[in-house]
Design a protein around this ligand. Structure first.
Ligand SMILES: NC(=O)C1=CN([C@@H]2O[C@H](COP(=O)(O)OP(=O)(O)OC[C@H]3O[C@@H](n4cnc5c(N)ncnc54)[C@H](O)[C@@H]3O)[C@@H](O)[C@H]2O)C=CC1
Ligand SMILES: CC(=O)C(C)=O
Length: 261
């Protein structure tokens, strides 16, 4: 790694959209800290390997985003690896499909713990480091199209993504004076393990075959295809780059035209 390389943390980077973002930032020349749960060790290693194979540099790290201390340790790992932190992508998230009347309270708390508290702790750990470094820095969070309009049976999940959108706006307001930009990305339907789970659960609820629920939801995509992680990674690459220096507080939809913002 060159000593002046920019350094990024990506949480939930062992697979899916997080892996796509980590690989893209690696190709952009950033040193990437690939962070995920300890149970995702092989996925972390695969992402680190893929970045290395493409000519970039990366370090693996374990994180549970629901712990503030764990987020702070990952930021420390980034600073140890590259001397400073430049970009923090709070990508980790979980989904749960159920009717509001059936929704288990423990599941409700879990989804808010990971998707909202996890993003809050990540944003705060990054901001503290950016301020200690003298300001500047890019904070980027995972929202969703459902931060603009809920999808059926994804009620509490949708509420977490509205919360990320709100937190992103509030953080942008509070930290602009330190030169920190805070934005979120709002994917539509991305073909990852998360949508495999959503499709399976919706199919079980509606007596559908595998893939039918996904196909039904995908009909509203103007550009005619479900997205891949790299579609989202391109937006994150922009938000992580100096090209986005005059953009803050935004949730950028990357949904193939399902929803106009
Ligand atoms: N797949 C989709 O269609 C969409 C996904 N999103 C959001 O994008 C983000 C990534 O989604 P996908 O890649 O599809 O999901 P995924 O389920 O494939 O990957 C999520 C990653 O987050 C990690 N993770 C979960 N809990 C964690 C925790 N407590 N600490 C650290 N890491 C944790 C998982 O281990 C996994 O590697 C999520 O925030 C999701 O809500 C938003 C809109 C659409
Ligand atoms: C998983 C997710 O956010 C959607 C909209 O599918």
């Amino acid at each position: 790694m060159s000593s002046d390389a920019r350094v990024a943390v990506v949480t939930g980077a062992a697979r899916g959209i997080g892996r796509g973002i980590a690989e893209r930032l690696g190709r952009d020349g950033l040193h990437v800290v690939v962070a995920d749960l300890p149970t995702m060790k092989s996925g972390i290693d695969e992402t680190v390997q893929a970045i290395g194979d493409a000519g970039g540099t990366a370090t693996g790290a374990e994180v549970d985003v629901t712990s503030e201390e764990s987020n702070e340790l990952v930021v420390r790992a980034a600073v140890e690896a590259g001397g400073h932190l430049d970009v923090f992508v709070a990508n980790a998230g979980i989904a749960q499909v159920d009717e509001l009347l059936e929704y288990d309270t423990a599941d409700f708390e879990k989804i808010f713990d990971v998707n909202v508290k996890g993003v809050f702790f990540g944003y705060r750990a990054a901001a503290k480091q950016f301020i200690a470094q003298g300001g500047g820095g890019k904070i980027i969070g995972a929202a969703s199209i459902v931060a603009f309009r809920p999808f059926a049976l994804l009620g509490p999940y949708s509420a977490t993504k509205w919360a990320v959108r709100g937190l992103t706006q509030a953080a942008a307001m509070e930290w602009a004076e330190h030169g920190i930009t805070v934005n979120a990305y709002g994917p539509g339907i991305v073909g990852t393990a998360m949508w495999d789970l959503i499709d399976e659960k919706l199919a079980a609820k509606h007596g559908q075959q595998k893939g039918e629920a996904l196909a039904e939801n995908a009909r509203s995509i103007l550009l005619g295809r479900v997205s891949v992680p790299d579609d989202v990674a391109k937006m994150v690459s922009f938000l992580a780059s100096p090209d986005s220096d005059y953009v803050t507080g935004q949730t950028m939809l990357v949904d193939g035209g399902i929803q106009f913002s």
